[in-house]
Ligand binder design. Structure first.
Ligand SMILES: NC(=O)c1ccc[n+]([C@@H]2O[C@H](COP(=O)([O-])OP(=O)(O)OC[C@H]3O[C@@H](n4cnc5c(N)ncnc54)[C@H](O)[C@@H]3O)[C@@H](O)[C@H]2O)c1
Length: 441
């Protein structure tokens, strides 16, 4: 039987010839040569599409790398948001960059400044030292008030340069820092990164700005370290820090002096004493004690080597806000340009405390009263992680220069805090999961 003619337009003539030859032996069970041809064509097609796929993937990777390297702050929408946020309203006298604006103190002061008409732009890296959801919630409060928080790190020189080019900041309120005494044992470099590296990056930017802004920044009562003279006053020695956190805050004070001395930056350091209040920090004792008492869990209270109780000069957030705002209002302009100062610039250090230290045991009793629930007290010797036995502020200087006058006693302040805590974290409010699994250091 003759082999049927193969009609295959487009085939290689050599192959057509071969297929059309009557002599070809199908009967021997060998595969038809056309099948080889189609197989190879399919293979060639697959390789071609694989190549296309590889090429496209390559393009996608390049585009992704490019886009992810592009900072989120290099677009028109970002610039518009920054500029809008920096606008002063009626009554506003200054344009302030608040670093750490998504933090506890930063969010409160930002709102206070905005309320009286100042232009406010925030900066925060939203790190996860404590639940980021709380920082986001604070940021959303600020957004509602017309304050934009730039999401970025203090150490990002390009970001700072871009920001300062866009907005002429008259004042910087620098509150961003790695806070917390005990966490420094676990992650010391986080403190060096934010509190030392970040501060110097910011000072460099301020020094180079024309005109230079005035700077108010957060130091800490922890710089008094092992100081045993009470109450602590600004002229006391601060060269015996008890924790790495305190050492970085002391380093900030020394660095600030250097930039003031060489470059004429006007700088004010505020030594805060244990700040507490609504929207506070979940890593701090007043917050974690409240949470544990509410949840029926034990609280851990530290004791000194001879059974002494620790005492803290707890300061309510509203008093701290007043102190920050008054410091900004009384800050004199910086005096430098072109890398040098033209005359001596203002350099100030103030204690911002409450002046009434309370023993931790008494503090827990006040909390129990407001929570209407007894605490399960677990009293243990204080670990050697850097806490000091007591803090007590002398605020004479702040009173004189800033009109600072703390007016909220601990019971009133804790009552306000507990009210906020209970309503914010009550069942059904949608925030119950925010602290789930979080354990302070
Ligand atoms: N709360 C207190 O009792 C207390 C006491 C003494 C001093 N202070 C100081 O006051 C300031 C404010 O404290 P807080 O209680 O609001 O703390 P916080 O942790 O709530 O706020 C600090 C904010 O800074 C941000 N931040 C940290 N490192 C950053 C970086 N490298 N770049 C950008 N943002 C960064 C964090 O994300 C955080 O939102 C801090 O400098 C703290 O050391 C606070």
């Amino acid at each position: 039987m003759a082999t049927p003619k193969v009609v295959s337009p487009g085939l290689h003539p050599q192959l057509v010839k071969l297929l059309e030859a009557d002599t070809y032996q199908y009967s021997k069970g060998r595969p038809h040569p056309l099948s080889y041809y189609y197989l190879s064509r399919t293979a060639v097609r697959s390789i071609a599409s694989l190549k296309t796929l590889c090429f496209l993937s390559f393009l996608v990777i390049i585009a992704w790398t490019f886009l992810s390297r592009r900072s989120p702050y290099s677009n028109a929408a970002w610039e518009k948001a920054v500029l809008q946020s920096s606008q002063r309203q009626e009554g506003g006298q200054m344009t302030v960059l608040v670093t750490g604006a998504a933090g506890f103190v930063g969010s409160h002061v930002s709102l206070a400044l905005k309320k009286r008409g100042d232009g406010v732009v925030g900066l925060d890296n939203f790190n996860d030292y404590y639940p980021v959801e709380l920082k986001r919630a604070r940021a959303s409060n600020l957004e509602q008030a017309g304050i934009f928080i730039v999401e970025g790190d203090l150490n990002d020189q390009n970001l700072l340069m871009k920001l300062f080019k866009l907005v002429h900041f008259t004042h910087i309120l620098h509150l961003a820092a790695q806070a917390g005494v005990r966490y420094a044992v676990k992650n010391p470099l986080a403190y060096v990164h934010s509190n030392v590296g970040g501060f110097v990056t910011l000072l460099e930017q301020c020094k180079n700005s024309q005109p230079q802004p005035a700077i108010v920044y957060a130091s800490s009562s922890s710089v008094y370290g092992l100081n045993s003279k009470v109450p602590f006053s600004e002229d006391d020695r601060t060269d015996h820090p008890a924790s790495l956190y305190a050492a970085t805050k002391k380093a900030d004070e020394v660095l600030a002096h250097t930039y003031n001395h060489i470059y004429g930056l006007s700088i004010t350091a505020l030594r805060f004493f244990t700040v507490y209040g609504p929207w506070g920090r979940p890593d701090m004792a007043y917050f974690s004690f409240t949470r544990n008492i509410v949840e029926g869990k034990p609280i851990t209270i530290f004791q000194g080597p001879h059974g002494e109780e620790l005492a803290r000069d707890f300061t309510f957030i509203d008093d701290i806000v007043k102190g920050c705002v008054a410091s900004l209002d009384t800050a004199l302009p910086s005096t430098g340009s072109g890398g040098k100062k033209h005359k001596k610039a203002q350099f100030r250090i103030y204690n911002l405390g409450n002046t009434q230290p309370v023993k931790v045991g008494d503090f827990v009793s006040i909390l129990e009263k407001h929570l209407k629930k007894k605490a399960i007290r677990n009293i243990i010797p204080m670990p050697s992680t850097g806490d000091v036995m007591f803090t007590h502020a002398n605020v004479t200087r702040a009173k004189h220069d800033l009109g600072y006058n703390p007016s909220t006693d601990l019971s009133t302040g804790l009552h306000i805090f507990v009210k906020w805590y209970k309503s914010y974290y009550k069942e059904g409010a949608g925030h119950e999961d925010m602290l789930k699994g979080y354990k302070p250091y």
